[in-house]
Every structure is written in structure tokens, then in C-alpha cells.
Design a protein around this ligand. Structure first.
Ligand SMILES: C[S@@+](CC[C@H](N)C(=O)[O-])C[C@H]1O[C@@H](n2cnc3c(N)ncnc32)[C@H](O)[C@@H]1O
Length: 289
């Protein structure tokens, strides 16, 4: 899909089909599950978690797995189930959803392989924009790298707000611009293809993971969350593995130019400049009492 976009997309009827394109993308590539080989399923899931928490060591502290015992937690967009495994292991009363059957099946297998009883959690297919839960149910809504993929991100945040208890906490990561990953995608797909007038937001929209992915400037995210009603909003940027080109490139990034960028990329410089231009925008916020 090719589309131009401004910095933040709002919902438009003509992108109604986008949800099925997003779903189809993730049905075919469950996030974080591509590190496969001829190893056992136990080793496979151990490896997925090892890679994840090595490349993104800040997840555990941000999520607060260690403080989750007894809390009602909803994870939106479980992917391969690594964080969900940690919620359940920590003793949270955990519910997980994902738009795809593939992610739900893989997460169930992940927890089964880790010998966690299916009675200790709930996993189901559902849409972040239309959560199948009543109002004021959860202490914590957690979502890592998901809500920028759904066509109506603001609606997904409104849904998270609705199902949180008063005083409950939202912890989410969505994509950020200006960021190294967005500039790289722009250089590769806009500048070098004679379309320098397109924005880094356009490059993310058309070329980062599922079609229609959005990235937010800090003031845009602040405005969106304030309009939903969230209070105590804290936003922090972080370098992701993509900003440092630490991830094995997926099938989508195998062109010659991607390989040249992979070789010449000044990782040391990016690291030295700190987290300011990181792709990840970490959000902590509360539903007011
Ligand atoms: C980049 S993966 C992230 C998965 C996991 N949180 C992680 O960090 O590995 C994005 C996930 O979001 C899910 N997703 C996208 N749109 C969604 C929606 N509207 N509702 C629920 N899940 C959605 C996809 O199916 C996919 O599993």
C-alpha cells in the first residue's frame, strides 16, 4: 500500500480496509518470532525472550512485572507472548489480546511450553479499538509496540482509558519521530527514490512493519492522551534496536541499499547521542480518580 500522510494520521473511512491489511501482515509474521531454526520449541521460546530482553533491557522495569502480583493487567497486542509470560509468572491476573489468531496461538503455546496452567490467564483475539471488556475493570493496561499499527490509535487509547479503573495506569510504547529509524527509512525509500518531499512520517507510514504505521512527535502524543482524559502523562524516548541496527533485517529489508546501510551505519555515534532521537516513545499515564 502506498499512501502519503502528514505527521499523524487520523481515522478516514477510505482506510477502513487498513485494519485487515494490518491483521494480514501480522498473521504472516508474528512479531519477535522470526529467530527460528531447527531447535526445540522450549529453546525457541527461550531464545525469543533472550533476544528481546537483551536488545530491549528497559522493558522489565518500564512494565513493572515485579510489582504486578495480584493486579488485574490487560496486555494489548501480545505478539509472541514474552511480556505476557512475565505478567503471568509475576502473579498478575493477566488478560492478553491480539488482533491475530497467529499471535494468540503462539502465545498460548509459549505459556504451555513454560508450564503455566491455562487457568492462570486469559488470552483471546480482540481488537484494541473495540475491547470486549466492561468499563473500569483493570489496574494496568500495557501495550508495547502495538497501538501505532492500528488505524485509529486515538480510539484505541480511548478504549484503554474506558476499561481502566479510576486511578489505574496505562503503560504503552508507540513510535516516535524525529528518530533514527524514521530518517533511515526516509533516506532509503524517499530520498534515494527521488521523493525527498515526502516526510519521515510518510516513510514510517509506508515502510515500517505493517501498512499505515504511525510515529508521533511528543507534543502530538501529549495532545492525543490529554484529549482522551489521561492525567500524569510521562513521555520518555528510547533508542530501539532498529535505531542501532541491531536486529537481523527481515525479508522486507534485503535490497542492496539496505545491506550498504547495515554495513556503514555509525552505530557508535547514534549511541553516543543518547535516547533523544529514539524510535520508542514510552508512555506512563493514569486515569484520574
Ligand atoms: C510489533 S508487534 C508487537 C507485539 C508484542 N507486543 C511485542 O512487543 O513483541 C504488533 C502486534 O500488534 C498487534 N495488533 C495490531 N493492531 C492491533 C489491534 N487493533 N488490536 C490488537 N492487536 C493489534 C499485531 O497483531 C501484532 O501482534
Amino acid at each position: 500500500m502506498q499512501a502519503t500522510c502528514g505527521d499523524v494520521k487520523t481515522f478516514r473511512p477510505e482506510v477502513n480496509d487498513l485494519k485487515s491489511e494490518v491483521q494480514s501482515h501480522w498473521e504472516n509474521e508474528v512479531c519477535g518470532a522470526r529467530y527460528d531454526s531447527s531447535i526445540s520449541r522450549q529453546q525457541h521460546f527461550n531464545q525469543i525472550e533472550h533476544v528481546r530482553y537483551t536488545l530491549e533491557p528497559y522493558i522489565a522495569e518500564f512494565a513493572g512485572f515485579a510489582q504486578a502480583r495480584g493486579k488485574r493487567v490487560l496486555e494489548i497486542g501480545v505478539g509472541a507472548g514474552s511480556d505476557f509470560h512475565n505478567w503471568v509468572k509475576s502473579g498478575a491476573i493477566a488478560t492478553g489480546i491480539d488482533l491475530t489468531e497467529a499471535a494468540i496461538a503462539l502465545s498460548k503455546e509459549h505459556l504451555e511450553v513454560k508450564q503455566l496452567s491455562p487457568e492462570s490467564y486469559s488470552l483471546r483475539r480482540a481488537d484494541a479499538e473495540n475491547l470486549p471488556f466492561g468499563d473500569n475493570q483493570f489496574d494496568l493496561v500495557y501495550s508495547w509496540g502495538v497501538l501505532h499499527h492500528t488505524p485509529n490509535t486515538a480510539l484505541a487509547f480511548r478504549e484503554a482509558f474506558r476499561i481502566l479503573k479510576p486511578g489505574g495506569t496505562l503503560k504503552a510504547m508507540i513510535y516516535h519521530i524525529p528518530s533514527w529509524t524514521a530518517w533511515m527509512l526516509w533516506a532509503q525509500n524517499c530520498l534515494l527514490k527521488g521523493r525527498p518531499f515526502q516526510s519521515a512520517g510518510d516513510a514510517v507510514f509506508n515502510h515500517l512493519e505493517s501498512p499505515g504505521t504511525k510515529a508521533y512527535k511528543i507534543p502530538q502524543a501529549e495532545k492525543m492522551l490529554a484529549e482522551v482524559g489521561f492525567a500524569n502523562v510521562q513521555l520518555t524516548t528510547k533508542l530501539g534496536p532498529g535505531d542501532l541496527l541491531q536486529i537481523k533485517p527481515s525479508r522486507k529489508y534485503q535490497q542492496f541499499i539496505s545491506k550498504v546501510i547495515w554495513k556503514l551505519y555509525p552505530r557508535w555515534l547514534v549511541k553516543r547521542m543518547g535516547h533523544r532521537y529514539g524510535l520508542y516513545l514510552l508512555i506512563k499515564a493514569n486515569k484520574p480518580n
